[in-house]
Design a protein around this ligand. Structure first.
Ligand code: ADP
Ligand code: MG
Length: 704
């Protein structure tokens, strides 16, 4: 019998959440902490001491022995350093367990080895972690035992952000301020806070761990660098939303339970398009918590996979020729009193506030399309964006029939007088209930789609943090709102002014709206005509971070300083060069040590067979000879391509670190890697499977 799971009891049982705080903290302390969480007021050390003490008592009851400031440096993964609660032994040899307010609020990991893009020299390596009390602490259980994890931001001695979280929190303040201004203009006096809400749908692959162990490319780079397509790929669409196999179901169940314990609202799970590909989506929440939870979820997915003899691949493109994995970042603006600024209502044409917000967003995305593209730049995502699956590398907005029609009316006549109505869905079967359809159908190819009451940014890579894209969304929205408010607050006739402004924005930024097929090659041409940026690779996208226009925007909201931006750009270039280098070296390693020897063994077998057949008096060795010729020719090609790649890898360090080196990797290494891959994938189709040194694509994706 399966053990019965009580979700209500399980949910959040390892989280120091509001209910726990209310129960355990003295009333006054609870109130003070709430004020800090909700309004950002200062927290005194006395209060922090009490909170820390209660947090420790609670964590110890949960089995925690250590605490850890948990942060998100610019490596793309999370970081932590564990400290036991123990203090120095007393005279009688016993010890006390303690955790102070100071330890809760501030940590100083010696984190000099994290990338800082020149912000810190290693000799002045102080970096501090500070408690983000808006994201709840939790106890994590794993092989290390129980650890009280405290979500923190990570900054340098001089206050520069060295992580993903700090700018996210800053951008949340920016959008809060500007959105409140906008609400006030429309007579709203009650809303006190506007928070970006984010729901990140996570795609992933699951493969067998033993097979994974046999592939150096998966081990070192997270993706396959070689591999011929099996006879069957994803063309039948029989995996998408198909029945979930028992082994995978057992995995998903455990992932859900682990998520729920940590207060992560794992909700929707299904098989994705590619064989062995799946998706998990939580329910949306405040952007910084969503970002934390997404990191926690990725970790859980990996950990649980291991327990099930599986390996969870979060790379954006583990297999060439199959769909890659992304992360749809659903974004909207929620108020503390339950409104959603992106809710159009039934009759959007009458909803002036919504139309202003919407056209402000069009303006924001149009003016900073390059930055939004950058926010999804990731080495692995280069294989996805612009491929025939995920959104293209060109940023555009999909509004859907209803809103596009309203916009059209605004632009052509200056006023929108009607909204297309929802209609009944008629199936033609009397026993099926009719219901009201959504006003708009979907478009799966758009990178930035309006989906009812939120925007869905579909470019983010599966492995990437969602922080940066939300930093960008929050800040560009804040800038747009600020500009609108600056104008409208001065207007004598508000009604008139807002009407004019909506029309102006709708007209000026219509080019960013595209409802067609984003995968079609014609769109590339059309987008070029419209003057929309098309930045196919990460290296092309990084400069967007430091343009004067984008720098001015970030600086004006104090989301990033100029120095922080240029350090981030440096780090991105470095990450790119390093990742490509590792891939190239892995290819050389596999070719030299595995493929070439295997092919030589096979050609030897062929040659021996020719002799044996002849010795036996038979004359026809044409098949063997044919294979021998083909494999020998491809072997030669392989060897030449490998030598060329080796030569190029040797040149990498002659280019200065940063943009120059990254461009060299992009322009020389990447194509040379493709040249090496091609003959090897052809050889895989010729060589005896018994002699091929690693599992094939078919073995990996169909035998899980
Ligand atoms: P869709 O069918 O449009 O993909 P879902 O209801 O499946 O929408 O939701 C996808 C993700 O979007 C989920 O994580 C969900 O919680 C999130 N989401 C739903 N509404 C909002 C909203 N108003 N703001 C932000 N995220 C949202
Ligand atoms: Mg979706």
């Amino acid at each position: 019998m399966e053990e019965y799971v009580n979700v209500k009891e399980l949910f959040g049982c390892d989280v120091f959440n509001d209910a726990v705080m209310q129960e355990r903290l003295p009333k006054k302390v609870y109130r003070e902490l709430k004020k800090t969480i909700e309004e950002g007021s200062d927290l005194s050390l006395e209060i922090a001491d009490v909170v820390a003490h209660e947090m420790k008592e609670w964590a110890i009851e949960k089995g925690a022995t250590h605490f850890s400031h948990w942060f998100q440096p610019l490596t793309g993964v999370t970081a932590e350093k564990h400290d036991a609660f123990i203090t120095a032994p007393m005279e009688n040899g016993r010890i006390l367990l303690s955790f102070s307010g100071k330890e809760l609020i501030k940590g100083e990991p010696d984190a000099s080895s994290f990338p800082s893009g020149g912000l810190r020299a290693t000799f002045e390596a102080r970096g501090y972690t500070t408690w983000d009390c808006t994201s709840p602490a939790f106890v994590r259980h794993d092989a290390a035992g129980g650890t009280l994890c405290i979500p923190t931001a990570f900054c340098s001695y001089t206050g520069e952000a060295l992580d993903q979280k700090t700018p996210l929190l800053r951008s949340m303040e920016a959008i809060n301020t500007q959105a409140l201004r906008l609400l006030r203009l429309f007579g709203n006096t009650t809303t006190r806070k506007v928070t970006p809400s984010v729901g990140a749908e996570q795609e992933y692959f699951l493969i067998d761990k033993d097979k994974w162990m046999e592939r150096k490319d998966l081990i070192y780079t997270g993706r396959t660098l070689f591999g011929a397509m099996p006879p069957k790929g994803q063309e039948m669409d029989d995996h998408y939303l198909g029945t979930i196999r028992q082994r995978i179901s057992a995995y998903m169940r455990e992932v859900n339970e682990e998520c729920w314990k940590l207060g992560i609202t794992a909700k929707t799970q299904h098989n994705e398009v590619a064989p062995a590909q799946h998706e998990l989506a939580p329910i949306y929440e405040a952007a910084n918590i969503a970002a934390d939870h997404n990191q926690m979820m990725m970790r859980i997915m990996k950990k649980v996979a291991s327990r099930h003899g599986l390996r969870c691949l979060l790379h954006e493109k583990p297999f060439a020729g199959l769909n890659g994995s992304g992360k749809h970042n659903n974004w909207s603006l929620s108020t503390d009193d339950g409104l959603n600024l992106l809710d159009p209502g039934r009759t959007p044409h009458e909803n002036i506030q919504f139309l202003l917000v919407l056209t402000c967003m069009l303006k924001a995305v149009d003016e900073h399309a390059d930055l939004l593209r950058f926010s999804a730049a990731d080495v692995g995502n280069d294989h996805r964006l612009g491929g025939n699956e995920a959104p293209p590398a060109i940023v555009s907005v999909f509004l859907g029939e209803q809103l596009e029609d309203v916009l059209e009316q605004l632009v052509s006549t200056g006023t929108a007088t009607h909204s297309k109505k929802r209609s009944k869905l008629v199936t033609g079967v009397r026993t099926l209930p009719d219901f009201m359809k959504d006003a708009t159908d979907r478009n799966r190819t758009s990178p930035f789609a309006f989906t009812g009451n939120k925007f869905e940014f579909r470019m983010v890579g599966a492995r990437d943090s969602i922080s940066m894209c939300n930093v960008v969304l929050n800040t560009i929205a804040a800038e747009s709102f600020r500009e609108a408010c600056d104008i409208l607050e001065q207007a004598d006739d508000f009604e008139m002014a807002v009407h004019d402004l909506i029309k102006k924005y709708a007209t000026e930024h219509q080019r960013i709206v595209f409802n067609g097929n984003g995968y079609a090659p014609e769109w590339q041409e059309e987008a070029a005509k419209r003057g929309l940026p098309n930045l196919p690779s990460m290296v092309d996208a990084i400069p967007a971070l430091t343009t004067e226009k984008n720098t001015a925007m970030f600086e004006s909201f104090q989301v990033f300083s100029r120095a922080e931006l240029s350090s981030r750009a440096e780090i991105q270039y470095e990450i790119y060069s390093k990742a490509i280098n590792i891939e190239a070296k892995t290819m050389i390693d596999m070719t030299a040590k595995q493929f070439i020897p295997a092919v030589i063994r096979y050609t030897t077998v062929l040659a021996e067979s020719v002799n044996a057949v002849k010795a036996a008096g038979a004359l026809d060795t044409s098949v063997q000879m044919d294979l021998l010729k083909k494999t020998t020719a491809l072997l030669k090609k392989t060897n030449t391509a490998m030598k060329q790649l080796e030569k190029l890898v040797g040149q990498v360090n002659t280019y200065p670190e940063g943009e120059k080196r990254a461009r060299f990797c992009r322009q020389k290494l990447v194509p040379a890697m493709e040249v090496l891959r091609s003959p090897i994938d052809q050889l895989e189709m010729l060589v005896d499977k018994e002699m091929w040194p690693m599992p094939s694509y078919g073995d990996l994706i169909f035998e899980v």
